[in-house]
Design a protein around this ligand. Structure first.
Ligand code: 9WN
Length: 438
């Protein structure tokens, strides 16, 4: 009889455990967000994953981004999911037969050989590409990594800045809550209330086979997600007609941070990056003009369809802290808001909650309506450091490392107790742990 030696992983150092999560979730040319719940490649997940993978294998980190970029559409959009053809259709909803990218997306230039969704996710990719390059510039140059990804990343930003400027003020709009990445954030409740949900019997949720229903979005949310995605698909993914259009602070801050990264990539390739840095600064000004509320000390989403700000306090409204060009008083106010009663950072919470602790819709377990996530805490940590708040950043880093380890690299956690919610062995939690350890 063979005795199988199963080491108790809880006794291994954090970086070994994190590396093992990424190893388990690697599928040969990209990484799944988690086994079970998310069996394909997701766009912003891959960017965060690459940022961590660069410390384990710069080659794998480059490959992660290249695989995603191979699925880019002709109009420049990077799809939010790249489907793995060997995974059964009913493993995840909506599946490729829902999106029909290669037929419905033909006019927008969807690839023929790979199936994708037709919506996008936050543009963290140029930032990720730059950080991946920096981890091993020699390897990167020998593979012409930046030279190959630069035109694709530039086309991606062009798509967002031209086809998605639905509000006319220079910022990019999202046309579906899944695009912004914080699916059921209370910020979407108002714009979603105008959307007639698709009938519950017209689709089958695969997520409920893996996650507790009370931790996931509701059936009513899903009905509306399905309606918006169906309408977009039926319009052949042409932009500008949908019922839902929102300018989101986090999505745009990530675009601006990535535009700065693209400027650095351009310089590394021998071209001047000055025009891109200048554009990033103009976008920062537009962000402040359109989404900043000085009385509340926060950024809010703007509902492009009715023109107004959506006054729900979500973590999205803190993420612009990432931007070096933010006016000094804006950055200072954001730090105060993060540590004040609505987010409680450093007093009632150790990681940043996804939503206002005092908000009516707050729920410590329901997905993006309260739980703390590791990618947003990583972004806020970076923002605190960017603005010289090293003590607060150190505390947030410590908390992220502790809780990532104690929760088994959870997808998200109760912001008060750190209790694991959703999937465990979640890739970006492991990847960003590795990044924080370096
Ligand atoms: C829909 C993969 C993704 C993340 C999102 C997160 C969740 C999908 C879902 O999982 O969204 O895209 O099925 O709920 O909200 O941020 O990218 O990890």
């Amino acid at each position: 009889r063979t005795v199988v030696y199963e080491p108790d992983i809880a006794t291994h150092p954090l970086h070994v455990r994190a590396a093992r999560v990424l190893e388990d979730n690697w599928r040969g040319s990209s990484t799944v967000p988690s086994r079970g719940l998310y069996p394909h490649q997701w766009s912003w997940d891959s960017a965060f994953i690459a940022i961590g993978l660069r410390h384990l294998s710069p080659l794998r980190a480059q490959t992660e981004l290249e695989t995603l970029l191979d699925a880019q559409w002709g109009d420049g959009r990077i799809p939010h999911i790249v489907f793995n053809p060997s995974v059964p259709l009913d493993a995840y909803f909506p599946s490729p037969d829902f999106w029909r990218s290669s037929t419905a997306g033909r006019a927008a230039g969807a690839p023929r050989t790979v199936q994708t969704s037709g919506i996008v996710q936050p543009p963290v990719h140029a930032l990720a590409a730059w950080l991946v390059h920096r981890a091993d510039p020699g390897l990167s140059r020998s593979r012409s990594f930046l030279a190959r990804v630069y035109p694709r990343l530039a086309a991606w930003h062009r798509y967002l800045l031209h086809r998605r400027d639905l509000g006319g003020g220079g910022l990019a709009s999202v046309v579906h809550p899944w695009e912004q990445g914080m699916d059921n954030s209370p910020s979407w409740d108002l714009p979603l209330s105008r959307v007639t949900p698709a009938p519950a019997r017209s689709f089958r949720r695969a997520d409920l086979a893996h996650g507790a229903p009370e931790d996931r979005p509701t059936d009513l949310d899903y009905g509306r997600y399905v309606r918006l995605a169906t309408d977009y698909r039926d319009a052949e993914y042409a932009d500008g007609h949908g019922e839902f259009a929102v300018e989101d602070p986090s999505f745009n801050a990530l675009l601006i941070a990535s535009e700065h990264a693209l400027a650095r990539i351009a310089r590394e390739l021998g071209a001047p990056g000055t025009a891109r840095h200048a554009r990033a600064e103009r976008l920062t000004t537009a962000l402040v003009e359109r989404l900043w509320d000085p009385a509340e000390g926060m950024f809010f989403c703007r509902d492009v369809r009715d023109g107004g700000l959506i006054r729900e306090r979500g973590v999205s409204g803190l993420i612009p802290l990432l931007l070096p060009g933010l006016p000094r008083e804006t950055a200072a106010a954001l730090v105060r808001t993060a540590s004040g009663p609505h987010f409680g950072l450093g007093s009632t919470t150790r990681l940043v909650p996804s939503y206002d602790l005092l908000g009516e819709a707050f729920d410590p377990h329901r997905y993006w309506r309260g739980p703390a996530w590791f990618n947003t805490s990583w972004l806020v940590e970076r923002g605190l450091r960017t603005h010289g708040q090293h003590e607060r950043a150190d505390a947030l880093r410590e908390a992220a490392l502790d809780i990532a380890g104690s929760s088994g690299f959870a997808e998200y956690v109760d912001p008060y107790t750190g209790e694991a919610c959703g999937a465990t062995g979640f890739s970006w939690t492991a990847a960003l742990t590795l990044d924080l350890l370096h």
